[in-house]
Write a new protein. Structure first.
Length: 386
């Protein structure tokens, strides 16, 4: 079976789905690897390194014609989808819960879609395949750096002959994988860090990193299934936003990371909250994307300064800006998944396997992943996340 590594085309995307180091293991399992010329350039993996590791360097059209399984980071551009043929497989972070109609279209083409974001993450044997976690770790680290770089003062307490600089006060909203990494990084830079999550069970993790956990009195716990948060009711949402406003105003740098699976990111920082912040404050919105973000008015991949002097950075795709680390980690995840799914050099789809039942979205002309199929049953035309 041939695995084809696409060159990413999304603007700003510098990651690559497989790195040369992974090729020996894949080839050992009977897989041939085709790499689109230049696929690793953005992350500093040259064609020659892939070739030395045993890959064939090909053009995009050769790859699409010859590969049995096409791998990429995210959802490929339309011409790639159009070129896929029945029986071919496509693997990456395809986000079917946000756009189930896309899954339906792949099923109609007879393509087997494998999406790493469907992985049952709490399953210990799946942890090496968990690209959501590996990429969130990279992004959370970078979010703290982006916040520090945009802030006009120091993060640490500095006592110098020229005077004393007090440490920055950083608030992290949402303390999943990305939030915890942002807390750790901001702490290592010397900031005084506080954090909040609607799942109070994250308090111990936050405190173990040396940050203070903020508890809101107006909203209770909103833990959902599988360790994720549930969406808040309209009433809860308003109460949360109002109570957070006071905390936000007391901080210099806010990093927001809140997500609810298959939904638009919740709005945590309202216009009123931004207005209450001091000039020179910085907000890094890791939720910012095409469906909106955690921060009112944040624009994906854009830095804006509000009338009252608050810098709002739409930073939904930060993993792509640490491309070598992110690609190394992603490549380990996708290789582990492929090795799990391959038998005698061929893709062996087995939906009775818990891992495959999560990641295999379409197969044999049907949407087979339960969560995506349920969304389509509710709304056959797909639609976007609520
Ligand atoms: P995520 O990206 O889905 O969300 C980020 C954080 O935002 C979460 O902590 C969530 O509670 C929080 N959030 C959502 N809505 C919010 C709101 N309105 N206000 C404040 N916070 C809000 O989360 P994630 O990083 O993917 O982690 C999800 C869960 O998966 C966690 O419980 C994590 O511990 C767990 N996890 C487990 C494993 C494992 O067992 N191997 C690996 C990775 C993650």
């Amino acid at each position: 079976m041939k695995v084809g590594v696409l060159k990413e085309t999304t603007p700003g995307e510098r990651r690559v789905a497989l790195v040369p180091e992974m090729l020996a293991r894949l080839r050992g399992a009977g897989l041939d690897v085709l790499v689109q010329s230049g696929a690793g350039d953005g992350a500093w993996f040259a064609d020659s390194a892939y070739a030395e590791a045993g890959a064939s360097i090909v053009s995009r059209s050769e790859l699409l014609a010859d590969a049995d399984i096409v791998v990429g980071i995210g959802r490929p551009e339309e011409p790639v989808i159009a070129a896929l043929r029945p029986g071919q497989a496509l693997a990456g972070m395809l986000n079917p819960l946000v756009d189930p109609a896309f899954a339906a279209a792949l099923a109609a083409k007879g393509v087997t879609a494998i999406s790493l974001d469907g992985l049952p993450r709490t399953l210990p044997r799946a942890q090496g395949m968990d690209a959501l976690t590996s990429q969130a770790n990279v992004a959370g680290y970078k979010a703290a750096l982006v916040g520090a770089a945009a802030f006009g003062r120091f993060f640490p307490l500095l006592i110098t002959a020229a005077g004393t600089a007090r440490p920055a006060k950083v608030l992290v909203l949402g303390t999943g994988v990305a939030g915890l990494q942002a807390i750790g990084t901001a702490k290592r830079l010397g900031a005084v860090v506080s954090a909040y999550d609607v799942r109070p069970q994250t308090k111990t993790e936050v405190e173990s990193l040396g940050a203070a956990f903020i508890e809101l009195t107006s909203v209770g716990t909103a833990a959902g299934e599988g360790g994720y948060a549930r969406a808040l009711t309209e009433e809860e949402r308003q109460a949360q936003q109002a109570e957070l406003t006071g905390h936000i105003a007391r901080h210099d740098v806010i990093i927001t990371t809140a997500q609810v699976p298959g939904r638009r990111p919740p709005l945590l920082v309202t216009e009123d909250a931004i207005k209450a912040m001091a000039a020179g404050s910085v907000i890094v919105d890791m939720g910012a994307g095409p469906l909106g973000g955690n921060v009112a008015g944040s624009v994906p991949d854009t830095e804006t300064v509000t009338e009252n002097g608050v810098t709002v950075i739409g930073a939904g795709g930060l993993a792509a800006s640490v491309p070598t680390a992110a690609s190394n980690a992603f490549a380990r995840n996708i290789s582990a998944l492929l090795l799990h799914m391959v038998n005698d050099g061929e893709l062996a789809i087995d939906l009775s396997d818990e891992i495959q039942a999560g990641v295999v979205i379409t197969h044999d002309g049907a949407v087979v992943q339960a969560a995506t199929a349920a969304l389509l049953a509710k709304n056959p035309t797909g639609g976007t996340a609520p």
